[in-house]
Design a protein around this ligand. Sequence first.
Ligand code: AMP
Length: 146
Amino acid sequence: MALLRYRFLYMEDTVFGKIIRRELPAEIVYEDEETLAFLDIEPVSPGHTLVIPKKAVRNIFDVDDETLAAVMRTVRKISPAVRDSVGAKGVHVNSNHEPEAGQVVFHLHMHIIPRMERNAFEVWPKTTYASEEAKDIAARIRKELS
Ligand code: AMP
């Protein structure tokens, strides 16, 4: 019951829930039973599209395998159309999970961002590991998984 209530409130409270229920306008480009895709209102580049599940999940930390698979199926299906609609050469497919990682809307979404040329903007500034740091972090991840 608590979970149902949480889900209901959560759907009410995100803009993407409102788009799913057609309470907010959006440029919808694709829809199936489990997913919806529409243009991002503040595009990183023209054609920037968001793919969301219709099910209310917050992000990668609570999504179930089936829902994520449905989202990724849609990402795969529409990426060529997004790319070709703006004459792009490639796309970024990325996603933010929790505020520290840049998540602003707390309904899982994948960004498909068309890329016309390589150096037009920087998405991921690169860093390097100090010695032994990579070994140490990899060991910690393996331990968490075991
Ligand atoms: P994120 O920072 O990964 O949570 O991304 C949220 C994205 O949702 C941003 O790129 C916003 O521009 C986009 N966004 C917010 N509100 C709307 C809306 N009403 N319609 C379309 N995109 C939206």
